[in-house]
Ligand binder design. Structure first.
Ligand SMILES: [Zn+2]
Length: 268
């Protein structure tokens, strides 16, 4: 998947969007290092990135009581791995990021059961959504935690929800269409911004079309049809997807992944 269309030259920010680091094609999902030959139940002598469950939660609590800020969500993701590394350095152990038997012993932790599923690697335990009321795409989609991934214009500012051209997009909140463009722009292509009653902003990019009744200032309710999925802007020639962002109070983007998971009707 090319980062940019061949011959398209350096991309420029879409006028009026003010957004750096706009979406490019979603990268293929990374293959977890331990995935190919991993047994269904890994040897229970260590906790590793990608592991989920109560043992991971116990580890996270141990990290937190030592002043290392990690989420206590039972998901051994990047932050937990970083936290384990910090602890290993503190303890003058090799900073592998894997909570091996030696580290677990020092923490007084015993592993009860290890559930590791490469398919859900880095997928946090769904929590209650703080921002979203409704998942923004209807139909057969897929997405991953690709926030912050390196892209042609810098770190990826949202999550890409992959589907097919024409798939229905719906408002994720009760709010107002603050801005939109039906004319294709450089990076985001055809896009809308929705602002909710608390001033939080939501960005939908690469759309194929916008619902004809909508204009700047239109009120929308959660679940209301707002347009269709496409691959406009710098997504042209890649694969159809919705580039989706959440910007609390109109500020910097946050990783929308846990929010999407929390309202995803298909989540397992
Ligand atoms: Zn994107």
């Amino acid at each position: 998947m090319p980062e940019q269309l061949p011959g398209s030259g350096p991309s420029v920010a879409p006028e009026g969007s003010g957004l750096p680091g706009q979406p490019v094609a979603p990268a293929p999902a990374p293959v977890p290092a331990a995935a190919p030959a991993a047994p269904a139940t890994p040897p229970a002598d260590a906790l590793r990135p990608g592991t989920r469950g109560s043992d991971v939660k116990a580890l996270q609590r141990k990290l937190r009581v030592r002043g290392i800020k990690v989420p206590v969500d039972g998901n051994y993701g990047a932050r937990t791995r970083a936290g384990v590394r910090i602890l290993q350095r503190k303890l003058k152990m090799k900073a592998t990021g894997i909570a091996d038997a030696a580290l677990l012993a020092k923490l007084g932790l015993k592993i009860r059961a290890v559930a590791s599923d490469p398919a859900t690697l880095a997928a946090p335990t769904p929590a209650t959504a703080r921002y979203l009321k409704v998942f923004p795409v209807v139909g057969e989609y897929s997405y991953s935690d690709d926030f912050g991934d390196p892209r042609g214009q810098g770190a990826h500012q949202g999550n890409d929800i992959i589907g097919t051209i024409g798939m229905q997009l719906v408002s994720c909140v009760d709010g107002t269409i603050s801005r939109l463009t039906r004319e294709e722009t450089g990076l985001g292509g055809i896009w809308i911004w929705i602002v909710d009653g608390r001033g939080n902003e939501y960005y939908y990019a690469h759309m194929a079309s916008i619902s004809p009744e909508l204009k700047a200032g239109s009120k929308v309710t959660a679940g209301q049809f707002v347009g269709t999925m496409g691959m406009t802007g710098d997504a042209r020639g890649t694969i159809p997807h919705l580039h989706f962002e959440i910007r609390p109070n109109g500020g910097g983007s946050i990783n929308p992944f846990t929010e999407l998971r929390a309202v995803d009707p298909k989540r397992k």
